[in-house]
Write a protein that binds this ligand. Structure first.
Ligand code: NAD
Ligand code: ZN
Length: 389
């Protein structure tokens, strides 16, 4: 089959590799009809996620049709049309029972590597390094899905791929990030980053009752989408001092909740930007936390900080004094996708949201290297790329 494979920093290729096989009675094989490139893939593309190996298949946002099932699979069958949550979960461990599926205890065969770095391991993820399981991803013609009974979500007839594809990741991610803001009536939520996750976070914050959402970025078409499609007020951080602007917009008090939908490759300005670029390049810090620092400082006293943006390791100059003395609450994590599938599908069916609004580019799987290139560099007004094998 054809698959998008990682060969090193900014080097992805479409290779021909063996088709996946059933390895375990609880596996299924999915023939992929649609898959997408995520901001999280860019962290791999840019070489910041450790334990990647040449030839690893990328991709964790994918859906398609089941073409083969293992002997123990009961809930799904050949021919079912399914979406695949990017977090791999067994459905029966302590964490899965608490619906914390991105923390599943049974899906990372390389748990010890993550344990060395983090104390305990999160769940395995598709196409996201050996430290997180070494699973082949879904930017491919076929994928093997472990724990198929729990990990495959059937899609009812009458919905297009583009309407449901983002149930795999970015819609639940934006939604959980908004839930993590603990939104109360009349709350003002500020969101750093107007990438796909930021866009879904804005819509979700309104769905959860925010009175105002203020979105921050510097890419004009992303700010435009946040404003036109998601009804956010927007701030371009190249044009205004974000901290000052937020104070002014909130009567001096600060936003009730602040969200970092940027993550470990935040763009920084001036001396701070230079500091993080240099330290990351020298591997003296693994992640650049520019947006996170601003989020913490801008948040009102007693407010909530929500972090869907991915961090991999260690950050520097974290304003812990501000966080502590202002009594902030922090909520974060890889998304517990499974628990959001049914409720968010219902929002799509009810017409509350059509997630396809975020797609700007559609291309064949073979064009993936070009897709990565334009998504990474925000060329051609690219916001979200869907690949069709
Ligand atoms: P993206 O790269 O398309 O978007 C990031 C946006 O942040 C860009 O528009 C960029 O211009 C903006 N940005 C950069 N520096 C900034 C700054 N200092 N202030 C404000 N904005 C800034 O990525 P995406 O797909 O939207 O994903 C966003 C983050 O969410 C990534 O870190 C990704 O890994 C993460 N993510 C997390 C989960 C999860 O389960 N928690 C799931 C999916 C994605
Ligand atoms: Zn993703």
């Amino acid at each position: 089959m054809k698959a998008v494979c990682w060969h090193g920093s900014t080097d992805v290729r479409v290779d021909t590799i063996p088709d996946p096989k059933i390895l375990n009675p609880r596996d299924a094989i999915v023939k992929i009809t649609s898959t997408a490139i995520c901001g999280s893939d860019l962290h791999i593309y840019d070489g910041y996620i450790p334990t990647m190996e040449k030839g690893d298949v990328l991709g964790h946002e994918f859906m398609g049709e089941i073409v083969e099932v293992g002997s123990s699979v009961k809930n799904v069958k050949i021919g079912d049309r399914v979406v695949v949550p990017f977090t791999i979960a067994c459905g029966s461990c302590f964490f899965c029972q608490k619906k914390l599926t991105s923390l599943c205890d049974n899906s990372n065969p390389n748990a010890w590597v993550a344990e060395t770095l983090m104390g305990y391991t999160p769940s395995g993820l598709f196409g996201y390094s050996h430290m997180l399981g070494g699973y082949a991803g879904g930017q491919a013609e076929y994928a093997r899905v472990p724990f198929a009974d729990f990990g495959l979500f059937k899609i009812p007839d009458g919905l297009t791929d583009e309407q449901v594809l983002f149930l795999t990741d970015i819609f639940p991610t934006g939604y959980m990030a908004a839930e993590n803001c603990n939104i109360q009536p009349d709350d003002i939520v500020a969101i750093w980053g107007c990438g796909p996750v930021g866009q879904f976070a804005i819509k979700s914050a309104y769905m959860l009752g925010a009175s105002r959402v203020i979105a921050i970025d510097r890419v004009p078409e992303r700010l435009q989408m946040a404003k036109d499609q998601c009804k956010a007020e927007v701030l371009n951080y190249e044009e205004v001092d974000v901290g000052e602007a937020l104070k002014e917009m909130t009567g001096g008090r600060g936003p009730d909740a602040c969200m970092d939908a940027v993550g470990m490759e935040a763009h920084g300005k001036g001396l701070e930007g230079f500091y993080d670029e240099a330290k990351q390049a020298l591997r003296l810090e693994t992640d650049r936390p520019t947006a996170l620092r601003q989020v913490i400082v801008a948040c009102r006293k007693g407010g909530t900080v929500s972090i869907p943006g991915v961090y991999g390791g260690f950050i520097d100059k974290m304003p812990m004094g501000a966080a502590m003395n202002k009594g902030l609450t922090f909520k974060m994590g890889q998304t517990h996708v499974h628990r959001y599938l049914q409720p968010l599908l219902e929002h799509i069916q009810n017409g509350d949201i059509d997630p396809s609004f975020v797609i700007t580019h559609r291309m064949k799987l073979e064009e993936a290297p070009h897709g990565y290139e334009i998504f990474k560099h925000k060329k051609d007004n690219c916001i979200k790329v869907v690949l069709n094998p």
